[in-house]
Design a binder for this molecule. Sequence first.
Ligand SMILES: Cc1cc2nc3c(=O)[nH]c(=O)nc-3n(C[C@H](O)[C@H](O)[C@H](O)COP(=O)(O)OP(=O)(O)OC[C@H]3O[C@@H](n4cnc5c(N)ncnc54)[C@H](O)[C@@H]3O)c2cc1C
Length: 374
Amino acid sequence: MAEIYDFVIIGTGSVGSAAGYYASQKGLKVLELDVAVPPHTQGSHHGQTRLIRHAYGEGEKYLPMLLRAQKLWDELQQKTHRDIFHQTALLNVGRQGTDFIENVEKSAQKYQLPYEKLTGDEISQRWENFNFSDDYVGILEKKAGYLNSEIAIQTYLDLAQEAGVDQRFDSAVQSIDFQDDIVVIETAQQVYRAKNVLVSAGTWVKELLPEMPVQPLRKVFSWFDVADNRLNEDEGFPAYAIEIDDEQTYYGFPGKDGTIKIGQHTGGQPITHRSQRTPYGDYASDKEEVLPLLLQYLKGVGSLNHGASCTYDQSPDGDFIIDQLPGHPNVQFVTGLSGHGFKFASVLGELAAQKAAQEEITTDLSAFKLNRFE
Ligand SMILES: Cc1cc2nc3c(=O)[nH]c(=O)nc-3n(C[C@H](O)[C@H](O)[C@H](O)COP(=O)(O)OP(=O)(O)OC[C@H]3O[C@@H](n4cnc5c(N)ncnc54)[C@H](O)[C@@H]3O)c2cc1C
């Protein structure tokens, strides 16, 4: 009879790679399965970087997880000396009184995060490349910044391997079944058995769990040449999340190594199959979607250098889905990360490992349950 793992992780990209490492530190016998070899360009984690905002426009319910996530990223960096987190500061901008800006400020106040509130004019005085009128406000988070997502995943996978975790990449899980309390996981090559399972399969989770209310969304980001040195990270330019007219949200990173990466969080194309995630440039909008930002609000950005396509696993309300399968509490899933999940990967992995180890979970996850869609 084949070995029964304590914990099998299906999908070891952002959340799954973290879960594997934290579970290994609890002495669990862990197996990591992935259809590809992470980090890779077929999931939601490529393109080098992801923002980590702390004062959260998406709502206060994220704050306890977020603060723990940052602590774990810091620990990972200290432990490995790898280039994971850049504390560049992060500027949130929106019109005064919008939900986004109110949520950012409320959560900064409630959790005593260091922040500075700036008028549109003050933003433009401090960074001349920004151009905002005084009906916009900025909340500058000094301790936020960005994460090197691919380096972080590689780091978690390396640590897990060193700790003795079994890793089977290029192994697509085809089905999950049950034999009493044991979960049976089938790949094209082999059948595995587990006491606990985490499904962290990203965009295509419905291939394994069809009941998940997740819509895959094709998204792109673009790299532009830096035409003005003041946009660079080493000149003190911050990361940013900007909501224009209470409608379109853009985000970006300070310039580095000659390019500056910019994306639009809103928009994108709903898709139903992997083949529909076509390369950057396939839609005319790919190269145009950040133009409203560049034409009016952010100056000094040069020509388009290159772009990439990616996917969001969009939940109906844009909030995460963190739960266990009804009737099968030993199968956890983390999905619906809706284009803002990377910053949480560390803490979501830690929580999954705690659940697999039957530890008490003190973080309030009630806002993220699947049954809110019933
Ligand atoms: C353009 C873009 C910009 C973003 N910007 C930000 C940002 O600034 N800040 C932020 O916090 N978040 C951001 N995000 C969101 C963030 O990157 C995602 O929420 C996060 O990476 C999702 O993590 P995951 O573990 O769910 O998925 P992934 O990292 O994609 O991992 C899923 C893994 O599951 C594997 N898999 C799938 N199916 C199977 C199967 N059947 N068998 C085995 N393995 C399988 C895949 O190969 C993959 O490795 C952005 C996303 C995109 C696309």
